[in-house]
Design a protein around this ligand. Structure first.
Ligand SMILES: Nc1ncnc2c1ncn2[C@@H]1O[C@H](COP(=O)(O)OP(=O)(O)OP(=O)(O)O)[C@@H](O)[C@H]1O
Ligand SMILES: [Mg+2]
Length: 286
């Protein structure tokens, strides 16, 4: 298993199979107030604590406002600004033809070592565009992947309708998609988070409640799910000796991959693998 880039968000990394894959662009989608900026800061703070560098690009808030939000959570990010490992830059949308040189040079002149890049939010960059700039977004994501591991946030309309090119483009082109949602039903049904895709990786299915707590930031309640998944399943638990003898080597290898690849093996994997064998046997009988 490749090294993961931990979000640092409690309860979320296990749902991603350990974190993001390195050199990917990861999308966090949500309506106003769900915690996209806190997610971004949490992700940045996690890297900074581990000696990584972070470039934080904002279109709404200036450096002071971003740092104020971090301070309000009790996170001492100022020292990383002083050290130079955290660079925050506000860009003004009006000045930006798509991906202007200033933005690109800010990113590519400042990357060094292991770098986390945050764009909070990506929406102003593409909000007036249609699918014709898809190749530009694709090009930009490719460059981002070369230099670091990126989180971009996307603004979901309050109507919940995301069927617009400027939302779907980054959603389709990103390597992972995390959806944060405020239901407003209070308690466990107030805020929920789910992972909709994670290219080249396992990810958890389903929705998970989360809370925003001063100091701890975003905390995802995935305890029951993670505990249920924790045990690794052995080949011998799924297949009898006789089956191992009789199945073709090629199928056995693929079954082994299915059991090993996932960081967490769902119990359902056992019954699915048994079902695969039944399918194999019945297709061979007929
Ligand atoms: N110190 C805190 N303690 C508890 N909750 C907090 C704290 N700071 C922020 N929050 C919660 O986080 C929410 C805002 O989070 P955030 O600014 O990350 O959202 P956003 O998705 O970026 O929204 P926006 O559309 O404004 O960009 C607040 O509405 C509040 O509920
Ligand atoms: Mg925000």
């Amino acid at each position: 298993m490749s090294m993961r880039v931990k979000t640092g968000i409690y309860g979320l990394d296990p749902l991603l199979g350990g974190g993001f894959l390195p050199n990917t662009v990861n999308v966090v989608l949500g309506t106003t107030g769900v915690g996209k900026t806190l997610f971004s800061l949490h992700y940045a703070f996690e890297g900074l604590k581990n000696g990584e560098n972070c470039l934080y690009i904002s279109f709404d808030m200036n450096e002071n406002e971003i740092l104020k939000t971090a301070r309000s959570m009790g996170w001492d990010v100022d020292k990383y600004v002083n050290e130079g490992s955290l660079k925050v830059r506000k860009f003004v949308v009006e000045d930006i033809t798509f991906l202007n040189n200033e933005l690109l040079s800010f990113i590519f002149n400042n990357v060094s070592g292991r770098t986390r890049i945050v764009i909070d939010s990506f929406t102003p960059l593409v909000s007036t565009h249609d699918y014709s700039v898809r190749k530009d977004v694709n090009w930009f994501f490719e460059r981002l992947r070369e230099v670091g591991t990126t989180v971009i946030t996307l603004e979901e309309p309050l109507s919940g309708n995301i069927d617009y090119p400027h939302i779907l483009m980054p959603v389709f082109l990103g390597d992972s998609l995390i959806h944060m949602k405020k239901l407003g039903y209070g308690d466990v049904l107030d805020r929920i988070i789910r992972i909709l895709k994670h290219r080249n990786s396992w990810h958890a299915e389903g929705v998970f409640p989360y809370k925003i707590l001063k100091g701890l930031g975003i905390v995802v309640d995935s305890k029951n799910y993670v505990e249920r998944l924790e045990r690794k399943v052995e080949l011998r638990e799924v297949l009898s000796d006789e089956e191992i003898e009789n199945l073709p080597e090629e199928l056995l290898e693929r079954i082994k991959l299915a059991l090993e690849d996932n960081v967490y093996n769902e119990r359902e994997v056992v019954s699915l693998v048994k079902w695969v064998i039944e399918c194999y046997l019945s297709s061979n009988r007929s």
